[in-house]
Ligand binder design. Structure first.
Ligand code: COA
Length: 167
């Protein structure tokens, strides 16, 4: 069945919350996403729609860097459990990177499964000069969308939503 990928609207927020809860088995990611929206630190969100139902979601948020370039964090990415492994996560990631280019992001960083993201061009090597809370982890990966955007030392701070308890 064809999958439509489009920007998320406010009316999608409850459905996105349900997908996050189901995919991650808890409410932490939903609350992070709600906090990022409330703090205006979300850059954009995409959803995947199949047969008129939301089946996947991805968020790109702001990172605070010592640079005038715009750096973005990909998180979270989630697909409804009953339709995982059918290409939806890949479609969301690819379209998300395209959209991030339109938003003029110089690079995108992700903390995620080291086996999943390299096929989209992410690598842990690309974050070698990035100072961030996750530096040094094989799960901390990046992709430069503008040539050279990750070649020089870069300090990056994540929005508070990623580190503060979600009350
Ligand atoms: C990870 C996730 C987003 C992938 O989405 P998806 O639509 O299932 O993935 P796709 O169909 O595009 O790709 C499937 C391929 O990715 C790989 N893959 C899927 N989930 C993976 C995982 N958790 N770790 C490593 N590789 C994974 C597999 O190689 C799979 O190929 P296979 O079917 O031949 O085994 C989805 O499984 C999910 O929502 N998981 C729970 C939440 C989560 O972990 N989010 C990511 C946080 S970094």
């Amino acid at each position: 069945m064809a999958i439509e990928i489009r920007y998320a609207r406010a009316g999608d927020h409850p459905g996105i919350g349900d997908i996050l809860d189901a995919a991650f088995g808890g409410t932490t990611e939903r609350r992070i996403v709600e906090r990022l929206r409330a703090d205006a630190e979300s850059m954009f969100e995409l959803v995947a729609v199949q047969d008129g139902e939301l089946v996947g979601c991805i968020m790109f948020s702001r990172l605070w860097a010592d640079s005038m370039n715009l750096y973005s964090a990909l998180a979270p990415l989630a697909v409804r459990p009953d339709v995982q492994r059918t290409g939806i996560g890949s479609a969301l990631t690819r379209r998300g990177l395209e959209a991030a280019r339109h938003f003029d992001a110089a690079a995108v960083l992700v903390l995620g499964h080291p086996e999943y993201y390299p096929k989209f061009g992410f690598s842990a090597a690309a974050t070698g000069k990035v100072s961030a809370p996750y530096s040094g982890s094989p799960a901390f990966m990046g992709i430069a969308l503008v040539e050279g955007a990750l070649d020089e030392p870069l300090m990056v701070a994540y929005p508070d939503a990623f580190s503060e308890p979600q009350g």
